[in-house]
Design a protein around this ligand. Structure first.
Ligand code: SF4
Ligand code: SF4
Length: 90
């Protein structure tokens, strides 16, 4: 399940540099997450970094983009060739 950013986003930019998959970018009205690049932080962190750093709780799981841990790990491997997933993050 990819994360998404809601309209509560105040465009502070804090989440963008935290995403190791480069899934977050600045949009017109709010920051946006590319679901093709979001692994829920599987492979990098135990929790979703964008949700952890967001001061207004605007980064949330997107139930329309539901995926299994195995699918998220495969996505991580495709996005980060040669990178071993960090222990405890998948
Ligand atoms: S959950 Fe992780 S991978 Fe997905 S957008 Fe947030 S920081 Fe990036
Ligand atoms: S950290 Fe939260 S408020 Fe700031 S840009 Fe990201 S989603 Fe928007």
């Amino acid at each position: 399940m990819a994360y998404k950013i809601t309209e509560d986003c105040i465009s502070c930019g804090a989440c963008e540099s935290e995403c190791k998959n480069d899934a977050i970018s600045e949009g017109d009205a709010a920051y946006v997450i590319d679901p093709e690049k979001c692994t829920e932080c599987v492979g990098w962190f135990e929790e979703a970094r964008c949700a952890e750093v967001c001061p207004v709780g605007a980064a949330v799981p997107d139930s329309d983009n539901s995926e299994t841990k195995e699918q998220l790990l495969e996505k991580f491997k495709k996005l980060n060739p040669g990178q071993e997933p960090v222990d405890g993050t998948y």
